[in-house]
Design a protein around this ligand. Sequence first.
Ligand code: NAP
Length: 534
Amino acid sequence: MKESYEVIVIGAGVSGLYTLYRLRERGFSVRLLEAGTGIGGTWYWNRYPGARFDSESYTYQYSFSEDLYKEWQWSEHFAAQPEIERYMNFVADKFDLRKDIELNTRVASIHFDSTDRSWEITAEDGRKVRAQFVVAATGLLSAPQLPDYRGVNDFAGLTIHSARWPKQKIDFRGKRVGVVGSGPTAVQIIQTIAPDVGQLTVFQRTANWCTPLRNRPIDAAEQEGLTARAAEIIQECRETFAGFMHNLDPRASTEVSKEERLANYQKLYDQGGFALWFGNYNDMLTNKAFADEVSEFLAEKIRQRVKDPATAEKLIPKNHPYGTKRPPGEKNFYEIFNQDNVELVDLRATPIEQITASGVETTESSHDLDILIYATGFQSLTGALLRIDIRGENGLTLQEKWSDGPRTQMGIQFAGFPNFFATQGPHHPAAFCNNTRCAETAGDWITNCISYLRDNGYTSIEADPAAEDAWTKLCYDSVKGLIIENMQDSWFFGNNNPELKGERRFLLWAGSVPEFHQLYADVAARGYPGFELR
Ligand code: NAP
């Protein structure tokens, strides 16, 4: 690594690799720093059993290279983590990105030096590098969060957080395994390890509306069609509300008879993926009565699939309707609870009191375990940034700036932090977005912006504080009128984020993917209003 670069990118995940590719294409000297020993970001760290896409593989892939579409063939409609990690490595090799990536380099601090208006980036091992621009491609769900239970470090068996899964295979056979959590990650782990374990105990605080993923291999004929239509599929995704290949029905649920609605729910349920969510009527996110009806449709499925009525009731969400959180995609998840060796512990009724050397103690019972898995999610959106010591002008820390919740201009810059960009920090449309589609938009915007500065004799860009206030307000306002407005128990609201101290904050922008794309394009076309260029 040299002493200085024009741009330092942090993170070799979907958005970091893409931004590196784009910046290099424009001739910038750029180095990418990555904490892991390999590339892939989310798809490197989340190597837990059952990890896979929840969006169709061919809608999640990169869109920038026709050659790439033609050369890479997905084996399944919803590819699993090992294949996705191979894809990320294939992309890095194909575009010769590795030579500009520094692995094993966890960034500890990023400090702005006002004397020469550059950034000093220091790794945990003490290495330092300087850059005019920093792009934090550090991810939105990448700072794992453990619960703060008494004794959380006391367990004598194997403790694993889902996002820090070891590379070596874990033998679950005959083991007593506990899983804390019931989000999309927990569901994937539970349904994958259940056939192997000796005894499985699921510690569930909030049930979720899981729907069948309907994954299957891609056969040769399908493959031919998918390769031929690759660009078209990505274009379709750019035009749908959430960047998936499912498009909202042009009709509201109220325009359709109940009989027709119920038949439609069944059709979408059979289709799989996010079809029931984003292929449904266009008032999915705004009409509670409609969301409740879909919820009741799903509750009936759970009752049919889970033999013990009391267990079925515990698995039916009671505090949020369908569509207000990202729904886990499942396969045989509910049937797992019919196995004699699987126990569901309802943490709302009997909370965990402490973790002990031998396992988990709730207010009612003790559970001796060999392996304890935390699928407890992340310090979402802000965590990856706040865990780095980032200091802008006049030594202002990001922790200080965001002590009352994040403030950003378009989710991409923060006033007081010149030439610092985030690809997927707070205030992005990540709640509903197919990640790669939005990551590419952010990567393009940043690359075009830095190129614009260079080509027009500017050396610096910084969010304008008034524009930042307006954008931050817009993000809070974007949730008004949506059913999720009055909910606070999901990562959209940072429910696991210690810096929010339990305060209610919507951490995203709840607009559509086409609006996001258009808004970013307009600001660039108009010479970056809302930003101060020097
Ligand atoms: P999550 O949705 O935030 O779920 C975390 C789970 O842990 C929740 O069930 C939560 O319960 C529970 N939990 C947290 N703290 C707890 C505590 N102190 N005690 C007991 N339970 C606790 O995290 P995730 O499942 O990792 O998924 C995060 C997001 O990643 C998803 O929404 C999705 O966008 C993405 N994801 C995608 C895929 C994919 O297929 N591509 C797979 C996995 C994840 P509460 O609900 O009660 O807080």
